[in-house]
Design a protein around this ligand. Structure first.
Ligand SMILES: Cc1cc2nc3c(=O)[nH]c(=O)nc-3n(C[C@H](O)[C@H](O)[C@H](O)COP(=O)(O)OP(=O)(O)OC[C@H]3O[C@@H](n4cnc5c(N)ncnc54)[C@H](O)[C@@H]3O)c2cc1C
Length: 337
């Protein structure tokens, strides 16, 4: 029976970066991915631009170049991830979600869609955005209601309600207005907090709301959706409006179920996994955490991104091999300052 040294769960940017580092250290690795590589980025709307500059989201020392030196789009970054995987000839078991684990004498048995696999150590690089934040209202599961902004073309010429007030909602509102949709933005507070919207998006949204090109429903709470009708409380009064599509862009949270199955301790309302920041080892010996998975659900503010979690790779490889590269870590810490 083959017992791998390390099993990596998740092939987002940080899982891929770790796989390359372990390969370069000659450590045998098996790598699982529930969907396609970069599955979290795959569900961004087409043409979405990263807010991080390319050097901060590039991995494995491979430069990420864009045609006009601007920040990468979703498509450019997915192409980049594919090329890194091919360049380093990584073998990733895509569409093979890990669903469980058992502890044998000195290794783990991982259960995935493809069967059972044995490894001495496991790294969970599963991200922090597996589930949408649900409003828990009737009609949330209707076919014209979604927590994901897809291709703007889908909504062309239609009346669209967007619920939310941060970057995803702001960007969707502008893009849909620009392709001729009738857009309403509903937000729970009386005013949007433009300080919390990216500085290159905020002025345009502010001016489109001021000119009433985008309708803004402040102090509004969506209560129900039925027969394309959205029923709100707006400024304390009940109102109902017709829409073709409803986009509930109220953020995403982590699915803690795999951590729970693995016995990893989760702390607080946002269920932050317990780990040693020096080694990224969790409370279960030989089970590690990498990437934004370490953050729990980033509900109020996002502190962990691709750019802040590159350093996990060096810490995990250092713990496994006993050799930690200060130079590699310094590079990322300097670029974050
Ligand atoms: C619109 C938008 C724009 C963003 N822009 C930026 C930005 O500019 N800069 C930035 O740093 N971040 C940005 N982010 C956040 C960014 O997507 C994450 O920081 C990044 O994807 C985290 O990388 P990761 O490798 O830690 O996890 P992820 O990319 O989330 O990868 C985790 C992977 O694990 C897989 N997985 C989960 N569970 C299992 C399982 N049980 N078995 C096997 N595989 C599993 C998932 O399918 C996924 O592919 C943005 C997010 C959104 C929504």
């Amino acid at each position: 029976m083959m017992i791998y040294e390390v099993a990596i769960v998740g092939a987002g940017p940080i899982g891929i970066e770790l796989a390359v580092a372990l390969k370069e250290a000659n450590i045998s690795t098996v790598h699982f991915e529930a969907g396609q590589i970069g599955a979290t980025i795959e569900w961004y709307a087409p043409g979405t631009t990263f807010f991080s500059s390319s050097d901060r989201i590039s991995i494995c020392g491979v430069p990420l170049e864009t045609p006009n030196q601007a920040k990468a789009t979703r498509e450019e970054y997915l192409r980049y991830l594919r090329s890194v995987v091919r360049q380093f000839d990584l073998k990733i078991r895509t569409y093979d979600p890990v669903t469980g684990i058992s502890k044998e004498k000195d290794y783990f048995k991982l259960i995935s869609a493809g069967g059972e696999t044995s490894a001495k150590r496991v790294v969970l690089a599963i991200g922090d955005m597996q589930l949408p934040n649900l409003l828990d209202i009737p009609g949330e599961d209707l076919p014209y209601v979604s927590h994901y902004f897809r291709d703007p073309h889908t909504y062309f010429g239609k009346k669209v309600l967007i619920v939310g007030g941060k970057n995803s909602a702001a960007e969707a509102a502008i893009r849909l207005y620009r392709i001729g949709c009738d857009v309403t933005l509903s937000y729970h507070a009386a005013e949007l907090n433009f300080e919390r919207i990216k500085f290159w998006i905020a002025p345009e949204l502010r001016s489109l709301i001021a000119s009433k090109s985008i309708k803004f429903l402040g102090d509004s709470k969506l209560k129900e959706i039925a027969d394309h009708k959205a029923i709100f409380t707006v400024q304390g009064k009940e109102s109902a409006y017709q829409y073709d599509f409803v986009l509930l862009l109220t953020g995403y949270c982590q699915d803690p179920s795999l951590f729970e199955k693995f016995g990893i301790e989760l702390v607080g309302d946002t269920k932050i996994p317990v780990y040693d920041p020096e080694t990224m080892e969790t409370n279960i010996p030989e089970i590690f955490i990498a990437g934004t998975a370490c953050a729990g659900s980033q509900v109020k503010s996002h502190k962990e991104f691709i750019e802040t979690t590159h350093v996990h790779v060096n810490r995990i490889v250092g713990r496994i091999t006993g050799v930690r590269s200060n130079a590699s870590e310094k590079h990322y810490l300097l670029s974050e300052s």
